[in-house]
Design a protein around this ligand. Sequence first.
Ligand code: UN1
Length: 505
Amino acid sequence: MTDTYEHYIDGEWVPGEGPETFESENPATGGTLGEFHRGTPDDVDHAVAAAEDAFEEWRKLSRIERAAYLWDVYHELRDRTDELGEVVTKECGKEISEGKADVVEAAHMVEWAAGDARHPKGDIVPSEIPAKDAYMRRKPRGVTGCITPWNFPVAIPYWHMAIALVEGNTIVFKPAEQTPWCAQIIAEMFADAGLPDGVFNMVQGFGDAGNAIVENDAVKTVLFTGSAEVGHKIQDKLGGVPGKRAACEMGGKNAIVVTESADLDIAVHSAVMSSFKTTGQRCVSSERVIVHTDVYDEFKRRFVDVAESVAVGDPLDEDTFMGPLIEAEHVEKVTGYNELAREEDVTVLVDRTELDDDEVPDGHVDGHWAGPFVYEADAHADLRCTHEEVFGPHVALLEYDGDIEEAVAIQNDTDYGLAGAIIAEDYRQINYYRDNAELGLAYGNLPCIGAEVQLPFGGVKKSGNGYPSAREAIEAVTDRTAWTLNNSKGIRMAQGLSADIKTEY
Ligand code: UN1
């Protein structure tokens, strides 16, 4: 990439009002991938105005007509999966199978949304009165702001946008500043699909641009996926504003529970996948493994063995399991939490925070590396390291002695409630966990990552308000109308309410 890439507003590529540009960096090498104009609040306001103008025409199309544009995007995502997977890997550092899976997940979401356009919708609702027909309708809410993270730079924008568009909303998209190249390609795909001007707009930039979306009165819905810190600010700002809606999906301090009945092959495999895939940088990644004392020593030995040897390196190399962290500040954050754990007196079992020189691949010394950090801690102690989200390969082993109630109490001892898994062969333990773990996404005998797009995705407690992905996203971007039609010439009311108009004469 050589030019300075632009915003996409009202069907045009524009440099925007601001003088500043920023660069996209390859986190594995520190090299520059491209230069981008930095959007200002004014650019956002232009984009919102364009989206507002486009809304009236766009909402008049049928859902099937709107979905037709998305099928073009779907085919492009499918045809270019390998190429775009490499772009994802280069820009956000996920190893190559994950880079491609990000694009596949995006295609699945577009397929779900566009396919859903032909499905019957709504409910027919009975009435006490035979001549009344009642049914539910959904209407698009209008301009939708989509603020998305870097860790799924293609998939998550489509989680937000595919459904919002099919439902008849128009979009202002503010991608993460770490992954503008992926966002550029997303915008090119919408431009290629020939969406009417103003239906989709993208402003590249930082938090000030995101904030301008949140603060613009014409934006009816904000879809946000990212850090709890930012998500809660958005919820606080919009929570009390009539007519505004914020659907926020944030992080977790997710856990895997391994009971005494567990198959330890499944337990170790699931815990390694959950903790180290994406270098621990999924909002569903697990940073706690809660293990029954009867199987603790064997689990610990096997988990530590893998953590010591798991392949950290060039994410484009198919033999790599973990790529780099996203950026230098994030290495500092993760390193800080690893140091904090030591200060909190945990027992460190594996510390690959700084990789050995021979582990860093040639040409990658300026990458943002940090390997697994594993420790054991008291399951009942009030430690910051076992309660705060690190968003990295930082894992606490927490031993428990007791029944499943005890394990679930430890699992629930967090402000968050996004994802978790139980590894057990005893169905009573599994069912207890299913019914009592405070989670939006719960798994049995599986890693707690890798949800498919047709599942509702989202958390409880501090992790969010449970809207994103599939059906639930439809609720976020539409308003319901309960519609009742009288087919008779007379008016008859329900509940025995008199319809007689009584006069004095
Ligand atoms: C995220 O963790 O930030 O369930 C999103 C998964 C993916 C989405 C993860 N489908 O792991």
